[in-house]
Design a protein around this ligand. Sequence first.
Ligand code: GLY
Ligand code: MN
Ligand code: MN
Length: 498
Amino acid sequence: MTEEPTDTEPLVIPNRQTPFSEPFKAFIPQGWAPYPDELPAELPAAASAALRRRALAEAFAGERLVIPAGGLKPRANDTDYRFRPHSAFAWLTGLGSDREPDAVLVLEPTDTGHEATLYFKPRAPRTDPEFYADARYGEMWVGTRESLAEMSALTGISCAPISEFSGALAKNLSAVKVRLLREADETITATLGSLRAEASVDAEAAEIADGEFHVALSEARLAKDPFELGELRQACADTAVGFEAVVADLPEAIRRGRGERWVEGVFGLHARHHGNAVGYDTIAASGDHANTLHWIRNDGEIRPGDLLLMDAGVEVESLYTADITRTLPVSGTFSPAQRKVYEAVLKAEAAGMAAARPGNKFSDVHAAAVRVIAQHLEAWGLLPVTAEESLDPTTGGHHRRWMVHGTSHHLGLDVHDCAQARQENYRDAELRPGMVITVEPGLYFKSTDLLVPEELRGIGVRIEDDIVITEDGCEILSDHLPRDPDAVEAWMASIWAR
Ligand code: GLY
Ligand code: MN
Ligand code: MN
């Protein structure tokens, strides 16, 4: 199979790199085994991605749709963060972890529909300096990357070299409406801006059209297809393994000090081992840290008798992530005060789940959960008004002092999935089968909160599960991990007895 030559210039970092000699350049391409002739199998997501491309193309008939993967992002100087494609690109191509920096998917309108082309930088032949001198793309630096034919076999999409993309983007701009996913790649956004100006395309109207496209790409992902549900199930199963490993190592986390970091590391090890990575920074919050909602500093002690609020999710290779929280008694049993708070949150979660069914709105899940939260706060004498008064969104809201966040969000390729969906299609929309959301009420009593009795201060509890809406209710995808407090204690004891 022939390889595309590139115009790569050897990367020269003058302060530390030794220039390559001419004899080296002549010697380095020789004596390597040929690349395999056999093409790779299609990606597991490829068939679903083809259906998604077709539906998207039908929604934007006659228009050129441009969805970049995005580029590598420098962490510092010449070292990059690990690559993650834009989620819309992953969703439409089936490409997941590490693939494919700088690639662009173009859906070009034709007389009969759309033709998809994936533009990317195919590996260069070994005669090209890319092979040995390009730290971002070269085989000696980042491994063997795909040829055009291999990428096409993986994705089921026709592929072309990225060098042909600018021509495809610029073609006939005054006659063809182009929609670009602008946030994915700033360079392409800037290039298209210039091209549109040259072609006298109304910039403001084009930006609005691009924005509509961004929203459509988000809303198209609201209900998950069977492939996505399988991946999310796997992410939840892998996450349960990580939580079990954390429980097994809790005594060690206490013993070593800086135990929050230890458990973050243990979970991260399993996330990386089972899947691609963590789907978001793990929250490992012990004691009063549990009352900081996004506690990702994780530099605290884990002390006997405290709770550990652990909010963590494995992201699988296809980039779908779980998002699960368990609040665990570090020594294996809840104190009476911890159990009182925990049981209130558990009842709120159950109420939220009971409201999670077709016909109900997304916002009904939150309403059901916070009603239980407010009722408990009233019963404990903490609310300055009745629970009903507090639940009035304009004149109340007092209960929010102790649960300031929402109960749910959509979950998928992004932990907060479908973020561009409009309110009428998100918060105010009816739940539909296939939608995957979290249910995650909590109660947070800061150590500095003088309005709560001393026994509750420093206790923070969140319980978070991932559910899929079914025809007549919901199914808990994260059911591997116990929630009931007795079951949690028994589960922890059984892990420690192994
Ligand atoms: N882990 C972030 C969240 O629960 O939304
Ligand atoms: Mn969540
Ligand atoms: Mn979470």
